[in-house]
Design a protein around this ligand. Structure first.
Ligand code: AMP
Ligand code: MG
Length: 283
């Protein structure tokens, strides 16, 4: 399968409207079985490409995850993205900024998580919170957050120029599915740690968030840092679509194992000699 990037990428110029995208959509997949089989295969290929990216040590990949609560950022990391080798991949969950973080510019803590050459960074929430929750809850004056779209564009250009591929995902769930999942949390004591009155405030501000997301998509979608809207009411679709996009992007990055600068025949000779010596009991 191919064409994931083209299918899920937001075409901002065509008057993009989130409300026109069905959160229950199945995208490029026909069935749950097909999507799950695809995800398993894609994850194996992603792992192999990540190994090559790490060894190549030149390019890097930044995956940004944004979504309403309970849309499945954690599940996506657990089941798909987190399968990468931790030696070359790091996840950064961005929470309410600490006092220290607030005493710096909003990108200070974000930049520290940007991937080094050869590495993959996964942002569970991101610098976009500074034009989303901050805007909706009025945590900074409007002139302050309005200027941030330019800051974000400059920051992402900087990372791109340094060799970082940027993929930004919005997990798109319906308010009905969100409430359903809140209910599951309530009924499962294992999930009670996730309960949070703030989630209900955000649920109530659904339209304000929609507007804030719309502006972020519209203002911050250059070709080198696109947004992908992933219908996420069906977890199997969410996982398969993101796996497909990440796989396609990494294939396009085409990381190369380094050219060898040793004489393989000479090494083979040494190897054969070592084996002979061991067999003859000289070691
Ligand atoms: P969670 O991802 O569910 O663990 O929750 C993290 C919380 O931190 C969410 O309520 C976010 O809205 C909040 N958060 C993340 N970044 C920021 C930020 N820059 N300013 C204010 N709140 C934030
Ligand atoms: Mg939460």
């Amino acid at each position: 399968m191919t064409g994931f990037i083209e299918h899920y990428k937001i075409g901002v110029k065509e008057n993009f409207d989130l409300n026109q995208i069905d959160p229950r959509g199945k995208g490029l997949f026909d069935s749950r079985e097909q999507a799950e089989a695809f995800t398993i295969e894609a994850v194996l290929k992603i792992k192999n490409l990540q190994y090559q990216l790490f060894i190549e040590g030149k390019q890097s990949l930044l995956i940004v995850l944004q979504a309403p609560d309970a849309a499945g950022k954690d599940g996506l990391i657990r089941n798909v993205l987190g399968q990468m080798n931790p030696q070359g991949c790091q996840t950064y969950p961005f929470k309410v900024p600490s006092e220290l973080e607030l005493s710096h510019d909003f990108l200070w803590r974000i930049h520290a998580g940007a991937p080094a050459a050869g590495m993959v960074s996964i942002f569970n929430r991101s610098h976009y919170e500074d034009v989303l929750v901050v805007r909706v809850l009025n945590l900074a004056p409007e002139p302050v957050w309005r200027r941030r779209y330019d800051h974000i564009n400059a920051f992402e250009s900087l990372l791109h120029d340094r060799g970082t591929k940027i993929l930004k995902f919005y997990l798109h769930i319906s308010p009905e599915e969100q409430l359903e999942r809140f209910g599951e949390r309530l009924n499962d004591p294992q999930k009670h740690w996730k309960l949070n009155t703030g989630d209900y405030a955000a649920h109530e501000s659904w339209d304000a968030y929609r507007e804030a997301y719309h502006d972020a998509f519209e203002k911050c979608s250059p070709d080198h840092a696109p947004w992908f809207v992933i219908p996420a009411d069906r977890k199997w679709h969410r996982n398969a679509a993101v796996a497909g996009i990440v796989l396609q992007a990494m294939e396009e990055m085409n990381p190369q194992l380094p050219k060898i600068n040793v004489d393989v025949d000479e090494i083979r000779e040494l190897y054969e000699q070592a084996k002979r010596e061991l067999a003859e009991g000289r070691k």
